[in-house]
Structure formats: C-alpha cells, structure tokens
Design a protein around this ligand. Structure first.
Ligand SMILES: Cc1cc2nc3c(=O)[nH]c(=O)nc-3n(C[C@H](O)[C@H](O)[C@H](O)COP(=O)(O)OP(=O)(O)OC[C@H]3O[C@@H](n4cnc5c(N)ncnc54)[C@H](O)[C@@H]3O)c2cc1C
Ligand code: SF4
Length: 330
C-alpha cells in the first residue's frame, strides 16, 4: 500500500494551483486508466487532484459551426450527444466501440486522450521497458508484439496508442486546449503525441502540469458522412488490433474530399495523409481505394509477429472507403 494525497478541485485555477509544480502529482478524471496503473505500481503519484467537478462537462456548437467538447465530458455523454451523432458520426461510433458501458460512464475526453499504452511489458510494472524505465530496453521487439505498431515506431519502442476516440478526432483535425499556470494554450491533435524516436517516455507535447480543458472540432461538412470501423479479437470489450475512421465526399464519381485516420498501428492516431492525397480528385472506385491504402501502408515496417496488420489494415481501409463511396449520393 502506497500513500498518496487526494484533493478535489472546483475550478480550473484551483486545479492548477493544487497540482502545483510537483512532477509526481497527477490529475484524476474518471480514474479508469490511472487507478489501474497505480494498482500495479506503474503510476506512483504522490498526490491526485480530482478534476471531475470542474465545469468542463459541456458540448457546445462553436460560432464557426464546429463543436467544442469539454475535457470532463464522459465518453457516454459524448457518444450520445445529438450534435456529435449528426455532425461527426464516426466520433460517436469510435467512442461506443471502446471499453464497456460502465467504463464509458466514468471515462472522460481528457483522460481518454492521455491514457497509456496497453503494451503488457509496460503495464506489468516489472522488468525492462524504455517507456517506463528509459534506457532499460524494449523487450517487445524480440518478444510479444502481436498488437504493436507497424507505422512510425522506433527501435526504442513499438507500442501503440490505445484510444479509439482519438482516431476519429485525428481524422477531423481536432485541436486540444489546455490551461497552465502561465496561461492557456492549444495544440492540434496531430502535434499532441510526439514521434517516438529515442524518447518513448515523452508521450505528449503538453507543457508540464498542463490541464486539458477541451477539444475543438472545426466545422467539417464531410464528417457528416463518416464511419469508424474497429477490428478486435472479440466482439466487445476489447482494444483494437486495427481501426479506421473515414469520411468521404464524392460528387459525380469523383472524390472531392476524404478524411482517413488509422488506429492501433502507431504510437499515436495515424492520419493517413498519403492515402488522402492518392484518392482526392480521382475516381471513387475499389481500385483507387486499394491504391490509396497501399500508398499509406508503403511506410509500414512490421515485426514478424505483427506483419498481419498490414493486409488487415489494407482490407479494412478498402472496405470502409468503398462502402462510403457506394453510399454517396449519385
Ligand atoms: C477494461 C478496459 C477496456 C478498455 N477498452 C478501451 C477501448 O476499447 N478503447 C479505448 O479507447 N479505451 C479503452 N479503455 C480505456 C479507457 O477508455 C480509458 O481508461 C479512459 O478513457 C481514460 O479516461 P479517464 O477519465 O478514466 O482517465 P484517468 O484514468 O482519470 O486519467 C488518465 C490519464 O490522463 C490524465 N488526465 C485525465 N484528464 C486530464 C486532463 N483533463 N488534463 C490533463 N491530464 C488529464 C491523468 O492524470 C492520467 O495520467 C479501456 C479501459 C479498460 C479499463
Ligand atoms: S513497446 Fe514500448 S512500452 Fe512496450 S516494452 Fe517496448 S518500450 Fe516498453
């Protein structure tokens, strides 16, 4: 049993003050990831600042016509919100594809973005792991890496980011807002998770002590025709082994706009820019969708145990895009 302090914040300023500059203090949101990691000793905060009562639990339409989602909005409220379901259906589907009903009523938007990898060498709390103990090595590379990264990994870490929600947010160019003692800031989601390189322990580009206050989705008419598809080893209550969020605008058989992001393939939600470029302005045929998937996956560097992910992702992307193309208004 390890002792830790617990304090409850009533507003953003209070939360920042309670966290202070102590690098061993942590915000507590739904606790569905942090508390698990405390039980195994992977996380050892000296103080928890409970942020569940902060007034950050609203979802609002922005003046520009996008959505602003507060950091403490629960996953279940996010998935059920009518504006999310109608404007960004892939986001609602991604959230509903994650965890279980009980967990989604506790889990929050901010916590979902900052949940840690499910790599078993990381979560077991013992043994080497460059992310947990920098410089100690990465046993997954020679060991169990079936669920690990095929894109953007490094020789120092091949872990994936486990969030479903973040994949849809990446497809829609979400921007993360945060507060610090020095004032507020913003980061495009694409910049929230730095490349792995030789510092896998550095998981976000947020300043120390930053409190995520919300996520803004810019207006994206294409997102109204979007979908999330998740492949997992059982039908529910399992993390993805591959997933994709896609939106497609086809007019007269020509792709006007496409959004595509992939999940469970990299240390961050993977925006598939090469595939988007390959498809935009061309025909919305199965051949074109296949070429687009291949353009993205050309960068894949799988390990022996996760090479299956490359054809899996190819099939997933082609199926999702052709499905959306076939449903496009003629
Ligand atoms: C059995 C199980 C199955 C799961 N399956 C899935 C799945 O299929 N797909 C999926 O996407 N997820 C899945 N999850 C993960 C779940 O979605 C996350 O645990 C949850 O979203 C984390 O949110 P939370 O509010 O509970 O975060 P917490 O556990 O409270 O916090 C997580 C981290 O974020 C930090 N934090 C939280 N909020 C903020 C903030 N506003 N600002 C700064 N830092 C903050 C905390 O300090 C902590 O480091 C599963 C979890 C479990 C236990
Ligand atoms: S993949 Fe990353 S998290 Fe997993 S053991 Fe290697 S360094 Fe640790």
């Amino acid at each position: 049993m390890r002792e830790f302090g617990y304090e409850r914040a009533a507003d953003v300023e209070g939360a920042l003050a309670l966290l202070g500059t102590d690098p061993e203090a942590r915000y507590l949101a739904g606790g569905t990831n942090l508390v698990d990691l405390m039980k195994t000793g992977v996380a050892r905060p000296v103080r928890l600042v409970d942020i569940r009562e902060l007034p950050l639990d609203r979802i609002e339409v922005t003046e520009a016509g996008g959505l602003r989602i507060g950091a403490t909005v629960t996953n279940s409220d996010l998935a059920a919100h009518p504006e999310v379901r109608s404007r960004y259906p892939a986001l609602a589907q991604a959230v509903l594809a994650g965890a279980s009903g009980q967990l989604r009523t506790m889990a929050t938007v901010g916590g979902n973005l900052l949940q840690r990898t499910r790599c078993a060498y990381f979560t077991d709390g013992a043994g080497p792991c460059n992310k947990r103990l920098p410089g100690s090595g990465c046993p997954a590379i020679e060991g169990e890496h079936r669920n690990h990264a095929v894109l953007g990994a490094s020789g120092h870490c091949v872990a994936t980011h486990p969030s479903d929600m973040a994949v849809a947010l990446a497809a829609f160019d979400a921007v993360v807002s945060y507060a610090t003692a020095d004032g507020p800031g913003e980061l495009p989601l694409a910049e929230l998770y730095p490349p792995v390189g030789d510092t896998p322990q550095v998981e976000t580009a947020l300043p120390p002590g930053a409190l995520i206050t919300g996520v803004t989705l810019p207006p994206a008419p294409v997102a109204a025709r979007s979908r999330y598809r998740k492949v997992r080893e059982r039908a529910s209550y399992a993390f993805a082994i591959g997933s994709a969020a896609a939106a497609l605008d086809v007019q007269g058989g020509v792709v006007r706009e496409v959004r595509l992001a992939l999940g469970a393939v990299a240390s961050r939600p993977w925006r598939a820019r090469a595939a988007e470029r390959a498809l935009t302005g061309g025909p919305a045929t199965e051949e074109a969708c296949t070429a687009a998937a291949d353009a993205e996956l050309a960068a894949a560097r799988p390990l022996p145990g996760n090479a299956y992910k490359v054809p899996l992702m190819r099939n997933l992307v082609v199926a999702l895009l052709t499905e959306l193309a076939e449903e496009a208004p003629r």
